[in-house]
Write a protein that binds this ligand. Structure first.
Ligand SMILES: *Cc1c(COP(=O)(O)O)cnc(C)c1O
Length: 366
């Protein structure tokens, strides 16, 4: 199938005939929140067995037509990514490590029996959309254009096997701070449910993982907590991650720890970046198992100074308290820690073009 190698490099462009007015856009951009509003355009690219990837297009944002038998609607053959476009001080737009998102999409595609998308095509799709809708960048504290690339199985077929046609789409949403209150520290609820089991899809960024996390999340909210924390499936003992963020622990001796990527944890780009930035600072970062019991003991003894969660959407978020059926404990003062703040500042300064980029992570779009 020679056609598979000939992925498209040119995008057709159809301008939105009815874009939002400048006033309507300004109203959104003044208070964007997270994931509420979408820009005027989107990118779509189709895949079929016969033609591979084809029909790359920037088109007006809007509903897509799907056959009701499309397999994504029945067997959840869906994967997604999340990354942000930033505006640098010179006015240019920039992406942060889009190659890492492209690679992870393909790792997820592999696990969900979906076709590989050439990384150049992933990055070109994102760049095309940012170029078309850069006017949607919000000039607010922590502002960005959040990009949501995703792939769905579109074949109309109810038998259970990988579909034979797919659609890759990128949508964009102006974003401010993820947490409404810009909360200084979040409280976690340790769920009785598990997020991912060995051999499952925990390392793939697929909608199905999130569907399974909604009841635990609802439970955490109902108990007055901000986020749900998942332990390992086998022993219900080892800390894994939150519903959509990885975790780091900062100890009294200045070392950091984060749970290892054993297949049940999502390999976050933020996680990887923070490991490297911490090591740049001369800090020791261990990727090691950590139990909830040890966590509770270390918090009580003062051996644990800080805990933070990280991910593209919320960047770096301090964890203040942790609760399970046995009670609640507080980390440090219960507020944001010093190293947490320092690492967050280091990362965001690189992303926003306010500090040198020693690892070559930033892709400038002009
Ligand atoms: C996306 C995601 C993360 C964070 O990944 P980043 O690449 O840092 O945004 C962490 N955990 C889960 C479950 C995720 O889906």
């Amino acid at each position: 199938m020679a056609s598979l190698a000939e992925a498209p490099t040119r995008f057709t462009h159809t301008a939105n005939p009815a874009p939002r007015s400048a006033e309507a856009r300004a109203a959104v951009l003044a208070n964007p929140g997270f994931g509420n509003a979408f820009t005027d355009h989107m990118v779509t690219i189709d895949w079929t067995e016969d033609h591979g990837w084809h029909g790359a297009a920037v088109v007006p944002y809007g509903p897509i037509m799907l056959d009701p038998a499309a397999s994504v609607l029945h067997y959840a053959q869906e994967i997604f990514e999340g990354l942000k476009a930033y505006r640098h001080p010179d006015g240019s737009m920039a992406l942060f490590r889009p190659d890492a998102n492209a690679a992870r999409l393909n790792a997820s595609a592999q696990r969900l029996a979906m076709p590989q998308l050439p990384p150049e095509l992933f990055i070109a799709a994102v760049e095309e959309l940012v170029a078309a809708d850069r006017a949607w960048f919000p000039e607010v504290e922590g502002g960005s254009i959040y990009l949501r690339p995703f792939m769905i199985a579109t074949e109309a077929f109810l038998g259970v096997r990988p579909a034979k046609s797919y659609k890759f789409i990128v949508i964009a949403s102006p974003a401010g701070n993820y947490f409404k209150s810009g909360a200084p520290a979040v409280s976690l609820w340790v769920s009785d449910y598990t997020r991912a089991a060995p051999g499952g899809t925990g390392a793939a960024k697929c909608g199905g993982n999130y569907a399974a996390s909604l009841v635990p999340t609802k439970e955490a909210f109902a108990r007055g907590h901000d986020q749900v924390l998942f332990l390992d499936a086998a022993e219900h003992k080892w800390v894994e991650e939150l519903g959509g963020m990885n975790l780091f622990f900062v100890f009294a001796d200045g070392t950091l720890l984060t749970p290892p990527l054993t297949g049940t944890i999502l390999p976050g780009v933020t996680r990887d970046s923070l490991i490297k930035l911490a090591r740049d600072e001369g800090l020791t970062v261990r990727e090691d198992r950590y139990s909830l019991d040890q966590w509770r003991a270390d918090a009580a003894s003062g051996n644990l100074f800080e805990v933070f969660a990280c991910g593209t959407a919320a960047v770096v978020t301090p964890v203040g308290t942790v609760a399970d059926r046995d009670g609640e404990f507080t980390i440090g003062s219960g507020g944001p820690g010093q190293l947490t703040g320092k690492l967050k500042a280091r990362l965001t300064a690189i992303q926003r073009g306010e500090a040198p980029d020693p690892h070559g992570w930033v892709v400038r779009l002009g």
